[in-house]
Design a protein around this ligand. Structure first.
Ligand code: ADP
Ligand code: MG
Length: 404
């Protein structure tokens, strides 16, 4: 996808509005507490973009949403703790304003010098943000000479700070470009969608098939094979005529599962064996069952050893692997083996020159837990956004950026 990035434009002396993803975890939900940021990973992830802009001589106006406030009265979602964490990470002062737009903001922006960093209040404190309100978009655009979107995780939503503002910038002849994080996502996921190298193997898992039907449909257009594990495998197994005991099965998705199985014919590969337990419990005794012999009083909570071996065999010659959805209930160590062993196999594949892309919030968490995030070619930061992109959709926040 040919979108301009921060490296394609002049930045010296410019006021740059950057939509970042500072939707970070907080220490408390009680507005009367002294709230702090408990994990600044997302703030640190933005530093390459922010430091580049600062080094190039820009002044920064940063904005993000934080949590799901229903109004500005939900003070626990103020950006004040984020300003502190950002200042620590950047090792420079951060000016924080208490509005998203308005006179106080315009005044603060007027005073900005190159190297200054201003943080706006939570964009979702403004009722126009989620409505993609034209007036809010215009007020945001008026603050800056350049707009940078580095919040991939919000790119599938057409909100004022993601899509609306970029459209207004364009109408005013001002650049809207991708930051480094956004640029990497566009590059990695865009290639998988539009121009994948082959053999291209997709691996799908996670809890539910219903969330991912469109994704599987699109992967059947682009990928050579799809390996299925996790909870969704049970629905496919049932649709293929197997008894699945107490396993999580989405009855209402069975017709779609049957349709996908027919459409895929041999290209959709289901588990041959699974790890079963009598309860959804971390201490439940586990055993292996072949998929044609899942006991009626047991549920499948992970893929089995034969399946892991088969999946490893299937990916061996792959040039591209896209993985979405854990192979089992990886949150419970007993049922995490399939997921972790696959993650290890994928890390080895990267060493052999293949491209391995991880998409989805829980999948990213699983790879992180396995200590293998750094080994993968790309771990997408956007849960919903990466799924929609892999479905082949053009995300509004990306579409609105300037073409190269
Ligand atoms: P992602 O966020 O990567 O898209 P999902 O949200 O679709 O992934 O699915 C992740 C969840 O699926 C995890 O919480 C995991 O415990 C659950 N899961 C995986 N396998 C099973 C299974 N066999 N039975 C029940 N839940 C499962
Ligand atoms: Mg999830």
């Amino acid at each position: 996808m040919n979108k301009k990035t921060i490296e394609d434009i002049g930045l010296k002396g410019k006021k740059v509005l950057v939509r970042v993803d500072f939707n970070v975890p907080l220490s408390s939900k009680d507005p009367n507490d002294e709230i702090t940021v408990t994990d600044d990973t997302r703030i640190r992830a933005a530093l390459p973009t922010l430091n580049y802009l600062l080094d190039e001589g820009a002044a920064l106006i940063l904005c993000s949403h934080l949590g799901r406030p229903s109004s500005p009265d939900d003070k626990q979602f103020t950006m004040d703790p984020v300003a502190m964490a950002l200042s620590d990470a950047l090792e420079r002062p951060v000016i924080k304003v208490d509005e998203v737009v308005g006179d106080a903001v315009s005044d603060a922006v007027a005073d900005l010098e190159p190297g200054d960093v201003l943080l706006l209040e939570n964009t979702r404190f403004h009722p126009g943000e989620k409505k993609n309100d034209a007036d809010l978009s215009r007020q945001l655009a008026e603050l800056a000479d350049v707009y940078v979107n580095d919040a991939f995780g919000s790119a599938h939503r057409a909100h004022a700070s993601t899509e609306g503002v970029a459209q207004v910038m364009r109408s005013q002849g001002k650049p809207s470009v991708a930051g480094y994080l956004m640029g990497k996502e566009i590059e990695a996921l865009g290639t998988a969608v539009a121009n994948p190298p082959h053999p291209y193997i997709a691996i799908m898992g996670g809890a539910k098939i219903s969330d991912k039907i469109k994704l599987i449909d699109n992967l059947l257009q682009t990928a050579d094979k799809i390996l299925i594990g996790g909870g969704m495998a049970n629905t496919f197994l049932r649709a293929s005529g197997y008894e699945t005991g107490k396993s999580l099965v989405e009855e209402e998705a069975l017709p779609e599962a049957k349709r996908l199985l027919e459409k895929a014919s041999e290209r959709l590969i289901l588990p041959a064996d699974v790890i079963v337990a009598p309860e959804f419990d971390p201490d439940a005794p586990d055993e292996v069952a072949m998929v044609n012999a899942i006991p009626a009083d047991q549920m499948a909570l992970d893929i089995g050893h034969q399946t892991v071996a088969r999946f490893k065999e299937e990916i061996r010659d792959a040039k591209l692997v896209v993985w979405n959805g854990p192979m089992g209930v990886f949150e419970m160590p007993r049922f995490a083996k399939g997921t972790f062993q696959l993650a290890e196999a994928l890390a080895e594949l990267v060493d052999l020159g293949a491209e391995v892309i991880i998409g989805g919030g829980d999948s990213a968490a699983a790879v992180q837990q396995a200590g293998l995030s750094e080994k993968m070619s790309h771990v997408s930061t956007g849960g919903g956004a990466s799924l929609e992109m892999l479905e082949g959709k053009l995300l509004p926040g990306i579409a609105a950026l300037d073409d190269r």
